[in-house]
Write a protein of this length. Structure first.
Length: 661
């Protein structure tokens, strides 16, 4: 039977789907197979993409399909504005990692990559300085953890022998611990993503045995993965890269080699050993002719997952507020004007998915704003019948439901939340509304994709995710509501009267290091704050841990008679100068930042004749540029300097100032 030619593949794709194949790998798959041409044609004609071409819909639907059903399926790109600007990337592993570089180059990814193979120990030096690397991806070879001889002994043990499992697991744990300690040599300087293992495709005991059985290979590998998770989360700058989860999304049968090889090999399916089978009596094609595989696409998916982790880590294009419409956006139709509305049908399917996504974002600390042209009283009346308890109107921090134009409503919402447009996204079904908002507020991101993609965009995008979820994240909705109430009160009083009535309290304390329970929130605030940030610097967990030990990291938790705002101000000082002051917009205008500078100045003047501070302009930090001037400091070249103490604001009740000594 004649093989399919490259020309036939290109012609079929162009004739049926009106485009070229997604990648070279797709062409190679069809030309390398022994399928007849009819199989290729059947595959294309039966595809969802071909079916969509017969459905009356905007051309953008096909574009959406292509963008959301390729290697970016798990990492939607719709909210991405800024390039990641990756430097070099360090890969560390075994033959599994050796497949990465050619696969990435084949798919057009040209980021400089250095590969270091695991051996009996790690090299003392890297090919380039630490600061040349954006991140480090490390996978401890499964073959070195699940030793083939030990694994065979485990299989040889009687079915009910759970002690055999314990022995094998303890051996694996010791090996993992050994390598984690060595990975930390580099992880202290480079953000490191530790890759877990793909669990087996099949239970060695058979299909009638459950996966949680202690004698199952599925249980065995899940326990090993859990041990990796535990060890990773013990250390700053180590993060888990869940390859096992991604494999389940892509489809294990297209990726893993345990349908052929010994499971402990832990590799990707391919033709690695085909050259060893050339002298067989009956020659057969390579494994790729027997098994469909998509290893190259999966490696690209892993790469973009790592880049997404890096973007979340660095808060690149981070989303802090979602403005969402109601009609045909959060529910079907125009319910407020319907005569006999079917409330259940109005939210069945994708609308409940959007509700779930919004609640997930709320948990992460993203502010929810309802922006709709509707009658607010009518919406309040029907809301309980529409969503019942599945989404509450109280879940939204800001309600802009009126007949005002949406540009005005969104601007008001941003002002109330004290956010820049670049940290806000707008979701609306109406293209005219989207275009109007986009034209009026160009820095704000507008979601143009089909409603069938909204849930994934909101939940899965790197830009809507952080590294931690803190207590402040969970309280952000209530804090915004209290802030709005506070600012309403401010408008009716003089500044002096307002501050005097506020009953403002600030409790300051020193962060000792990563073990401090306030460390995650400190790192979050440092890396997400733009407007009140004296330098704009971002910190890795390891860098922050280091300065906690070598310098002073002072944090302030603030409350007034309206709310407890949590940890909202940070000051970082080295031995001689203030390196950075960062403050949440929740407490701007209350002089909390002056209290912070007062305490930092006091600490520096104990051991120095003068206190010095760094201040750098960024495109977003207008709010913090006059901080040291307000505190009475003098400009000294590129720095600020003072030899005098800074008085504490009289209206701020400061607690625990001695904690910084």
């Amino acid at each position: 039977m004649a093989r399919i030619t490259e020309s036939e593949v290109l012609s079929a794709y162009r004739a049926i789907l009106k485009r070229d194949p997604e990648s070279r790998e797709v062409i190679d798959y069809w030309t390398g197979s022994r399928f007849p041409l009819e199989r290729l044609l059947e595959h294309l004609v039966n595809s969802a993409e071909f079916a969509m071409s017969f459905t009356p819909m905007p051309v953008t639907a096909v574009s959406d399909y292509r963008r959301h059903n390729n290697r970016f399926y798990t990492i939607p790109q719709d909210l991405r504005r800024t390039d990641s600007k990756l430097g070099r990337v360090l890969l560390q592993g075994s033959c599994l990692m050796e497949a990465w570089i050619p696969a990435l180059r084949k798919h057009g990814i040209e980021t400089p990559i250095d590969l270091v193979l695991f051996s009996s120990d790690m090299p003392d030096t890297l090919p380039h300085p630490f600061d040349a690397y954006s991140f480090h991806i490390a996978q401890i070879p499964l073959r070195g953890v699940l030793l083939e001889g030990s694994y065979a002994e485990w299989l040889r043990a009687p079915y009910a022998d759970e002690q055999a499992t314990d022995r094998l697991l303890n051996e694996a744990y010791e090996i993992i611990d050994f390598w984690i300690e060595r990975i930390l040599r580099w992880a202290r300087e480079i953000p490191t993503f530790v890759v877990n293992y793909m669990t087996p495709q099949y239970n060695v005991n058979g299909r009638h045995f459950h996966r949680s059985d202690a004698t199952s290979n599925l249980y065995l590998m899940e326990q090993i993965n859990r041990h990796i998770e535990r060890r990773v989360f013990e250390h700053p700058n180590l993060y888990l890269m869940d390859m096992n989860h991604l494999a389940s999304i892509y489809g294990r049968r297209f990726i893993q080699d345990d349908s052929l090889w010994h499971y402990a090999h832990g590799g990707f399916i391919g033709d690695h050993d085909f050259t060893l089978d050339q002298d067989r009596i009956v020659r057969v094609p390579a494994p790729s002719a027997h098994y469909s595989h998509q290893v190259g696409e999966f490696i690209c998916g892993l790469w973009f997952e790592a880049e997404a982790m890096y973007r979340s880590l660095r808060s690149i294009d981070s989303v802090k507020m979602v403005c969402v419409d109601l009609d045909d956006t959060l529910w079907r139709g125009v319910l407020a004007e319907a005569d006999n509305p079917d409330y259940q049908s109005a939210v069945e399917g994708w609308p409940l998915g959007i509700a779930e996504a919004l609640l997930s974002l709320r948990r992460r600390g993203v502010i929810l704003a309802l922006v709709s042209k509707n009658d607010l009283d009518r919406i309040k009346a029907i809301w309980p019948r529409v969503f019942q308890r599945r989404l509450l109107l109280e879940d939204f921090a800001i309600l802009k439901v009126s007949w005002n134009n949406k540009v005005q409503s969104i601007n008001e919402a941003m002002q109330e939340a004290n956010l820049l447009p670049r940290n806000v996204i707008f979701v609306d079904d109406n293209p005219r509304e989207r275009e109007t908002v986009e034209e009026a507020i160009p820095d704000l991101r507008v979601v143009h994709a089909s409603h069938y993609y909204w849930k994934r965009i909101l939940m899965w995008s790197a830009e809507t995710q952080g590294v931690t979820i803190t207590a402040e994240s969970a309280r952000r909705t209530e804090m915004i509501k209290s802030q709005i109430q506070r600012e309403t009160e401010r408008k009716t009083l003089s500044r002096e009267e307002f501050l005097a009535r506020l009953n403002l309290k600030a409790a300051f304390g020193r962060i000792a290091g990563q073990s401090d329970p306030r460390f995650p929130r400190t790192l979050e605030l440092l890396n997400k704050t733009n407007q009140f940030n004296t330098t704009g610097r971002r910190w890795s967990a390891q860098e922050l841990d280091d300065i906690c030990h070598s310098g002073l990291v002072l944090v302030g938790e603030v409350a007034d008679r309206h709310a407890e705002y949590g940890l909202v101000v940070i000051g970082i000082a080295s031995a001689q100068r203030i390196e950075q002051v960062v403050m949440s917009c929740r407490v701007v205008g209350l002089d909390v930042e002056i209290a912070m500078v007062s305490l930092l100045t006091e600490a520096l003047l104990r051991d120095n004749a003068a206190a010095v501070a760094v201040s750098k302009h960024t495109d977003a930090n207008l709010l913090s540029r006059d901080l040291f001037e307000k505190c009475g400091w003098s400009v000294d070249g590129d720095l600020w300097r003072t030899t005098r103490a800074v008085p504490l604001p009289a209206h701020v009740e400061v607690a625990y100032p001695g904690a910084i000594a």
